[in-house]
Design a protein around this ligand. Structure first.
Ligand code: NDP
Length: 483
């Protein structure tokens, strides 16, 4: 009999209203676990307790908060091998990426552990003589965290760590595709010396538990990462209660490859950016905008590189690309392959479902060539191991094509020309820009976020996170004596 993993409601692990099975996308015969689904009543109960716990946590000293976050971070890093294996088993990314993600999640906690001690406000003289002004940040209250399956531990951690650091309570609804990683992180947090119910885990579908959470007037702020349609729905629900929102959504990131760039570097950067995490990254390079002077040589090497990638079981040695996360995602990816071909793009390699010794959601990395920027495969987020090459005649055309999108999360350029690199950094309309590096891969101590349909609300990560997880109070103080 499989043990059913429970939700963390008002400080206790409790059974839910039904449960769902979670299977390994590398091997559908492998049952990762069975997970309880939180009920509406449990959500209300946990939100009420979160409010009480938050008031208590706000008064806890900064060193005690720092110790809690440091302990969570240290445990994640120490257990990166074990928890990375669990993550890869349920999400499908190669083991090295799973371990790397858990380690990075630990770094988010240790970074914000240090930030607990750096909560410095501002002082000023008032325009009124004899009056001083004190500006400080206070917790925003109860924060709902809604996270996706593609970085199940890291994305949740870069939201939960600053939320706790700045004195908030957290109610976390993880993606239903990756509940095992969520339970593992929740167990670590729950073991710490924190007020009862400060942190809750509410597993369940987005349409039921997620929707109820974002509609609740008991939630003060919502941090979401996922798709644009769901993000827009959350924003619409949030506005009814004037709840603060921060959303990280879709993207259509472009890498511009210039004819003065290093060919091998360009191909390596493109392959890593396009197919890392099986292309299921909001920072993936899904448009490769290539100068005609280097186009043919680049495409030849890119296609050879994609064909040489070893697709396999996420936990097997040598696997460079695992399966996609679910049957639905695989079907959507294959539909995009058909769409691209029908739009006139040439599929130079891959894009096919693969039969493997284990039954899973495998497909080969696909490269489209001969594409134009107005094709749907270059306008819609595919979230797939698929990338499309667009040939351009000049740097100016490359930049204009990079910016011709509704999204604006990341963009990159491969060039040896300092003037071009500088111009690109200043004129690419994205929240993150890379030079001679993949469009994917960001640090934890600096802001992360995009423009256009990619993001809404304050930036995440680094010190920028304070903007979302706190509210500013301006105090005017007089000595109380007549002037
Ligand atoms: P969703 O946007 O549907 O899901 C993201 C999170 O939101 C999940 O926890 C989900 O729960 C939850 N959710 C879904 N509906 C609601 C709702 N009505 N109210 C509150 N929460 C909700 O993304 P998917 O996982 O379905 O992926 C679909 C597409 O979204 C991908 O193909 C990709 O294009 C994009 N995406 C982008 C990401 C990014 O990092 N930019 C990350 C993930 C997806 P549940 O688990 O039940 O679905």
């Amino acid at each position: 009999m499989t043990d059913i993993k429970q939700n963390l409601i008002a400080g206790d692990w409790v059974a839910g209203e039904g449960e769902v099975e979670n299977r390994n996308p590398s091997d559908l015969g492998d049952l990762v676990g069975v997970f309880a689904q939180a009920s509406a009543d449990q959500l209300d109960a946990t939100l009420e307790q979160a409010r009480r716990a938050q008031a208590e946590w706000a008064g806890v000293g900064m060193e005690a908060k720092q110790a809690v976050l440091m302990a969570i971070g240290n445990e994640l890093m120490a257990r990166a091998e074990e928890l990375g294996r669990l993550l890869s088993r349920e999400e499908g990314k190669p083991l090295a990426e799973g371990k790397g993600e858990v380690y990075r999640a630990g770094q988010f906690f240790t970074y914000y552990a240090a930030e607990c001690l750096r909560q410095i406000g501002e002082n000023a003289d008032s325009v009124r003589p004899g009056v001083e002004v004190d500006v400080r940040r206070e917790p925003v209250g109860v924060v709902a965290v809604i996270s996706p399956w593609n970085f199940p531990t890291a994305t949740a951690s870069w939201k939960i760590a600053p939320a706790l650091c700045y004195g908030n309570a957290v109610v976390w609804k993880p993606a239903n595709a990756t509940p095992a990683s969520a339970v593992a992180l929740a167990e670590i947090i729950q073991r710490q010396d924190i007020p009862r119910g400060l942190f809750s885990l509410v597993m369940g579908s987005g349409r039921s538990v997620g929707q109820k959470l974002v509609e609740s007037p008991m939630v003060n702020a919502i941090s979401f990462t996922g798709s644009v349609p769901v993000g827009k729905g959350i924003a619409a629900a949030a506005i009814q209660n004037l709840t603060k929102v921060q959303m990280e959504m879709g993207s259509k990131n472009a890498l511009a490859v210039m004819d003065d760039g290093d060919l091998d570097l360009a191909v390596g950067v493109a392959l890593g950016g396009a197919f890392g995490g099986t292309g299921q990254k909001c920072t993936a390079s899904s448009r490769l905008i290539v100068h005609e002077g280097i186009h043919d040589a680049f495409v030849e090497k890119l296609v050879a590189g994609a064909k040489a990638m070893k697709v396999g079981h996420a936990l097997e040695d040598g696997t460079q690309m695992g399966p996609v996360v679910s049957e639905q995602q695989l079907n959507e990816n294959l539909a995009y392959v058909e769409l691209g071909t029908s739009e006139g793009a040439e599929l130079a390699c891959g894009g096919q479902r693969l039969d493997m010794p284990h039954q899973g959601f495998y497909m080969s990395p696909g490269v489209f060539v001969g594409t134009t920027n107005d094709m749907r495969i270059n306008r819609e987020e595919m979230f797939a191991p698929l990338t499309a090459v667009i040939k351009v005649g000049s740097y100016d055309e490359a930049l204009a094509t990079v910016n011709d999108t509704n999204f604006g999360l990341t963009s990159g350029i491969v060039t040896r020309d300092l003037a071009r690199a500088t111009h690109f950094r200043r004129n690419a309309r994205t929240g993150v820009v890379t030079v001679n590096l993949p469009t994917a891969g960001t640090d934890y101590h600096v802001p992360f976020g995009g423009r256009g349909d990619s993001s809404y609300g304050p930036r995440e990560q680094g010190k920028a996170a304070a903007e979302f997880y706190t509210t500013v109070k301006t105090a005017y103080i007089s000595a109380g004596t007549p002037s």
